[in-house]
Design a protein around this ligand. Structure first.
Ligand SMILES: Cc1ncc(COP(=O)(O)O)c(C=O)c1O
Length: 344
C-alpha cells in the first residue's frame, strides 16, 4: 500500500465536501426518471441559469476530459482545427482524446503561463479557405490556465471577438473556473458568457464534488443537437440525479465560492512558507490554487518518500503543488517543515 501523503499532488486527491455528500444521500430516496429527465436535473439546470443567465444549458458528463472532448465535438467537424496553448490540458494531458473523437487537429501556440493572445492565434489563420489545411474553428482557452494564471474578462472578450469575427467559437476549459472567479472577484458569468465564451467545460471535481462535470452552452442554436452528441459520446448517465444534485449543492449557498476561496488562500500560504526556503524558487505567480516551484533535483525523490507530488518539468526540476477546499494550514506547515529538512 502507498503510505505517502498526497495532499498537494492535486486538487482531486482530496475527498468529497460533506455538503456534496449529503446532497447525494438526499436524492437516494426511491426511484426517479432516468437519463436526466428527473426533477433534480431540472433544478440543476435552473441553478446554472441563475449563475450564467437564462440561455445557459448544462449537460452533465462523467469527467473533465469528456466535457472538453464532447464540448468540442459539438462545435466542430472533422476537417476543423482547434487553436490552444501548447500546455493546454486538451493538448498535453488527454491522451489525444480530442484529436481521436473530434477528428480535429490541435494547433498549438507556445505559452509561458498558459495564456494565449490574438496575435498568436492570427499566425494560424492564413490557412482559412485552403482545402489542403484543417480549418480553424475553435479557440480553446483554460481558465485559470494549467499554471494557475487567470485571464481577465477583457482578455477573454478580445479572443472571443476575434473568434466570432472569423466565424469561429471560443471554448473554455473551466476545470477550475471557480478559483479564477474568486481571484478576479467576479461572478462566474463575468469571466464566461459575458466575455463571449460559447461553450464552457465547468469543473466540479476539483472544487469538492465526487464526480461529474458540465458542458455549458450559452446559445440554444449551438446546443440544438448536443443531446445526441452526448449520448453518442457515451456520456449520458442513466442515474443522472447523482451528478445533478452535486451541482445544485455546489452552486447553492456560495459553496463553489467558499471552497475555491479557501483553496486559493491556502495556496498563498503555501507560497509564503516556500519563500522561507532559499533553495526553492517559485516559477509562477500564485493567482489561484496552484504553486509551481523548482527544487534541487536530488530532492524530488526524497520528497516523494513522504509526500506524493507531481514533477511538472523534469528538465528544470519543477514541481506542481495544488491546494484544495480541504487543505489545512497545519498540513502546509508540516509539509514546509519537511521540505526545509529535505532541501538543506
Ligand atoms: C485544466 C484541466 N482540464 C481538464 C481536466 C480533466 O479532468 P478529468 O481528469 O476529470 O478528465 C483536468 C484534470 O486534471 C485539468 O486540470
Amino acid at each position: 500500500m502507498n503510505t505517502t501523503i498526497s495532499n498537494f499532488a492535486s486538487d482531486n486527491t482530496v475527498g468529497v465536501h460533506p455538503e456534496i455528500l449529503n446532497a447525494i444521500i438526499s436524492v437516494n430516496n426511491g426511484s426517479a426518471v432516468a437519463y436526466g429527465e428527473d426533477e433534480y436535473t431540472k433544478k440543476a439546470d435552473k441553478k446554472f441559469q441563475e449563475h450564467f443567465g437564462k440561455n445557459a444549458e448544462a449537460f452533465f458528463v462523467f469527467n473533465g476530459t469528456a466535457a472538453n472532448v464532447i464540448g468540442l465535438m459539438g462545435l466542430t467537424e472533422s476537417f476543423h482545427s482547434v487553436i490552444c496553448a501548447d500546455i493546454a490540458h486538451i493538448n498535453s494531458s488527454e491522451c489525444n482524446a480530442v484529436e481521436r473523437f473530434t477528428g480535429c487537429k490541435l494547433l498549438t501556440v507556445p505559452s509561458a503561463d498558459g495564456k494565449i493572445t490574438v496575435d498568436q492565434v492570427k499566425e494560424n489563420m492564413h490557412v482559412l479557405g485552403e482545402q489542403h489545411h484543417a480549418q480553424p474553428k475553435v479557440i480553446s482557452i483554460t481558465q485559470p490556465t494549467e499554471l494557475g494564471i487567470v485571464y481577465t474578462p477583457k482578455e477573454i472578450k478580445t479572443l472571443a471577438d476575434f473568434a466570432h469575427k472569423h466565424n469561429m467559437f471560443l471554448h473554455m476549459d473551466g476545470a477550475r473556473l471557480a478559483n479564477a472567479a474568486v481571484k478576479l472577484g467576479v461572478k462566474l458569468r463575468e469571466t464566461t458568457v459575458d466575455a463571449g465564451v460559447d461553450v464552457l467545460s465547468f469543473g466540479g471535481t476539483k472544487n469538492g464534488i465526487m464526480y461529474g462535470e458540465a458542458v455549458v452552452f450559452f446559445d440554444k442554436k449551438l446546443s440544438r443537437n448536443f443531446k445526441y452528441v452526448r449520448k453518442q459520446g457515451m456520456q449520458l448517465a442513466s442515474k443522472m440525479r447523482y451528478i445533478s444534485t452535486q451541482f445544485i449543492a455546489l452552486l447553492s449557498n456560495d459553496l463553489w465560492h467558499k471552497n475555491a476561496e479557501h483553496a486559493n488562500k491556502m495556496a498563498k500560504y503555501l507560497e509564503k512558507r516556500l519563500k522561507e526556503i532559499p533553495k526553492i524558487k517559485l516559477t509562477q505567480r500564485v493567482e489561484t490554487n496552484g504553486v509551481f516551484a523548482t527544487v534541487p533535483p536530488r530532492c524530488i525523490s526524497l520528497i516523494n518518500k513522504k509526500y506524493f507530488i507531481y514533477t511538472w518539468n523534469e528538465k528544470i526540476s519543477e514541481v506542481r503543488l495544488m491546494t484544495s477546499f480541504d487543505t489545512k494550514k497545519e498540513d502546509i506547515d508540516n509539509f514546509a517543515d519537511y521540505l526545509k529538512k529535505v532541501v538543506n
